[in-house]
Ligand binder design. Structure first.
Ligand code: ADP
Ligand code: ZN
Length: 720
């Protein structure tokens, strides 16, 4: 009699699948989450169908028994198939995908009661700078010592000291207390006939059914897909809503609560481990009726998923650029396929890839062509900077300033959009021309005047701005070149000293709580002028915001990115869509040096179909996505020659395959990143070619030192 055995995929990407004996009385089936011994270690893994993860067979005599079965529901077959598909499509280890299914050790560990700490009102008798810093950062926070130490950026010992001094108190948290249940009938809106029709289509969808919900900004897409969520709730099934940005979570929660009477479960990087455990367990046992989260929520083991909504589905941030380089929008559709459920891709500016799927009949379209309650789409006008230039050293054209002045006088809110954090993108020495570059990256150090620092936006390296030039020693010779949002804020302050302004970037809105505070002060009319990056382009609804100024519409068109024009179009349409959402009409002024550029001309003419058609034709002619496939191979190493050597060998070994071409290697535009030199190859292939298979065999035939990293980016969105 053969011993009862199972194959196990562990969470360790360096290991292949392993075989184990199932001890007597342990009920292990495919999907069971198990503890597998390996040498002296205990690894978490998932039991898997042996036929799907081939490996060398091990004789019965060498089989070790599993060390345990973890008391959580087994990972269901549709999710196992999705994990396999993702690993295969994005050329990643299955283990790395499974880490996204089981991302929380707290969820698997048994204690239901966790001890967390929170600040008391007691000021410790003996204060040190570290204690002061800890107490300042921990205001309103709660978590384990480890979590709080990370937030406060102090050692565990400092926090233990604060506990002993009575400035932090212990709280026992019941991690598995029940989750609130959203009520589909709590406060349904009265839909317009157009919305009603769309909501009906979405609510009736059953089985695998990808739907592009294409509605202009302010048409009520959220209200409409809420009805599909209500229908899903009534069926007793779970919904997953993916948001592109954690800053959008808070406004979403408020709207959800107003509609359904309680908040949904949230999943993002800012959760404490007790919250993570509670959410994961609720998701896995079916109790979490609606989960809203960042892209990482996509791989969680929902017990009875009935609907996926991808909000702002065109957003590039759905593409993960590290580890498993997946696109959450595309994987969401695949999950819908394996789970046999509808997937709603909601956007006012759907991606060309998504529109193409509608065109060829793979996705359905549900449209909301007009704004809710008769609000009009804003009028967009170009300001030609060559004819109407700002004064020297300024960035806002006189005609834009005049509109801002009128808006202030009318007591209405304005928004200036510039997709550049900090004060200035480049700092140089007036005397010798020295430019401040990051020591680890091919990038300029960006001045952040508010924090009194120069920072690299790629690796996070920071330094205080030096008084003297490090090259020539000249003092006070540094000049800022070009504008960032902080510099625009200075200009606004000089023009309108009494106006109340806010800067909105990832530097100022770094947590859901900060986003909530921003929304509150906008709604309370405490802000006159917002200056923001792409963070303000999406989602927000401020009825008194009537003027939008795009500071530099040409910025996004620089660089040879395949999607640069499309992205600029989407971004400006989205930021324009923030204007005039209430009863007051909105207007949008776009500053450009090239008003005849197709993107600008289409925006001014309101000709979305024309722009999309021209872009689509250009992609078709060049056999670019969605008509062809791309994959990037990025080779990096600390040693430049080593990276170049391996990249060359990969290039030379490129198979000659029909309908496929390989470009490069060449130094990446971001030739150095975090101290590693980078070389890129770009694979261009016909849609019909299984390019992953080709690349897998090609790279498998080569070897390189462990100091060299080779990453394959399938369907790349970044060309840096
Ligand atoms: P979109 O996501 O399409 O930009 P929203 O869903 O944010 O649009 O809707 C815009 C605004 O109009 C929101 O404040 C929303 O609450 C409101 N709204 C839309 N439809 C309705 C409705 N049927 N009843 C009440 N308010 C609505
Ligand atoms: Zn850097």
């Amino acid at each position: 009699m053969p011993l009862p055995r199972t194959r196990v995929v562990t969470l360790n990407a360096a290991l292949g699948p392993l075989d184990y004996r199932i001890p007597d009385g342990m009920a292990v089936e495919p999907g069971s989450v198990v503890v597998a011994p390996l040498g002296p270690r205990q690894l978490i893994g998932v039991a898997w169908e042996a036929g799907r993860v081939p490996t060398e067979e091990v004789g019965d005599n060498r089989l070790r028994p599993l060390a345990g079965l973890i008391d959580v529901p087994a990972i269901a077959a549709p999710l196992r198939r999705l994990a396999e598909w993702t690993a295969n499509y994005y050329l990643s280890p299955l283990a790395s995908v499974l880490r996204m299914v089981l991302p929380s050790s707290a969820a698997l560990a048994s204690p239901r009661h966790l001890i967390e700490y929170r600040p008391t009102n007691l000021v410790p008798p003996r204060s040190t700078p570290q204690r002061a810093q800890a107490l300042e950062r921990l205001a309103g926070r709660q978590g384990t010592i480890r979590e709080l130490a990370e937030v406060a950026e102090v050692s565990d010992a400092v926090l233990r000291g604060l506990v002993n001094a009575g400035a932090l108190e212990a709280v026992s948290v019941e991690a598995d207390r029940p989750l609130p249940v959203p009520d589909p009938d709590f406060a349904p809106p009265i839909l317009s006939p157009e919305q009603h029709a769309a909501a009906g289509l979405l609510s009736e969808a059953r089985g695998f059914d990808p739907i592009m919900l294409d509605g202009v900004t302010g048409s009520g897409k959220t209200e409409v897909y809420f009805e599909a969520i209500a229908a899903c709730l009534r069926r007793g099934e779970q919904t997953l809503v993916l948001l592109p940005e954690i800053a959008l979570t808070e406004p979403f929660l408020k709207r959800f609560e107003a509609r359904f009477g309680c908040a949904p479960v949230t999943w993002h990087s800012d959760l404490r481990s007790s919250q993570r455990r509670r959410a994961w367990r609720g998701i896995a046992n079916g109790e979490a009726a609606v989960t809203v989260g960042a892209r990482s929520a996509l791989f969680l083991p929902y017990a009875k998923l009935g609907l996926i909504v991808v909000d702002e589905a065109h957003e590039p941030s759905f593409k993960q650029e590290e580890g498993v380089q997946y696109h959450a929008r595309d994987v969401a559709v695949m999950r819908g396929k394996f789970e046999d459920i509808p997937v709603i891709l909601s956007s006012a500016t759907p991606a060309i890839e998504t529109r193409h799927m509608v065109e060829i009949g793979r996705y359905r379209e549900v449209a909301l062509p007009s704004r809710f309650a008769g609000a009009q789409l804003p009028e967009i006008r170009a300001i030609n900077l060559t004819q109407d230039p700002p004064p020297r050293g300024r960035w806002l054209a006189p005609s834009l300033v005049a509109e801002m002045e009128a808006n202030l006088a009318a007591g209405e809110q304005s928004l200036l959009f510039l997709n550049r954090r900090g004060f200035a993108p480049l700092t140089l020495c007036r005397h010798c021309g020295h430019r401040f570059q990051c020591p680890n990256c091919t990038a300029w150090m960006v001045e952040h005047r508010l924090m009194h620092r120069l920072a690299c936006h790629h690796c996070g390296h920071v330094m205080p701005p030096p008084r003297a030039c490090p090259e020539c020693g000249e003092e006070d010779s540094l000049v800022a070149c070009g504008p960032g949002v902080e510099r625009i804020a200075d200009e606004v302050a000089a023009l309108f000293p009494d106006a109340r302004t806010a800067i909105v970037t990832s530097d100022t809105i770094w947590s859901p709580a900060r986003a909530a505070e921003f929304v509150r002060s906008m709604e309370a009319g405490e802000i006159d002028i917002v200056i923001g990056t792409q963070l303000v382009t999406k989602g927000y609804h401020f009825p008194d915001l009537t003027l939008v100024g795009v500071v530099d519409a040409d910025l996004g068109l620089q660089g040879g990115d395949l999607r640069a024009a499309e992205r600029s179009f989407q971004q400006i349409s989205q930021v324009a869509g923030r204007a005039g959402r209430g009863d007051k009409p909105g207007r949008v002024l776009v500053q450009t040096h090239d008003p005849d550029a197709p993107v600008i001309a289409a925006l001014v003419a309101g000709d979305t179909p024309g722009f999309i058609a021209a872009e689509t034709d250009a992609r078709r002619a060049a056999v670019m996505p969605p008509f062809g496939r791309l994959a990037a191979i990025v080779v990096s190493a600390e040693d430049a020659a080593e990276a170049e050597g391996v990249a060359r060998r990969i290039g030379r070994a490129a198979p000659s395959v029909e309908r496929m071409a390989v470009f490069g290697p060449a130094p990446a535009p971001l030739a150095m990143l975090r101290g590693r030199h980078r070389q890129r190859l770009l694979v261009h292939a016909a849609r019909s070619l299984d390019v992953q298979n080709v690349i897998r065999d090609w790279l498998a035939s080569l070897e390189w030192s462990t100091k060299v990293r080779v990453a394959v980016d399938v369907d790349p969105y970044s060309f840096l």
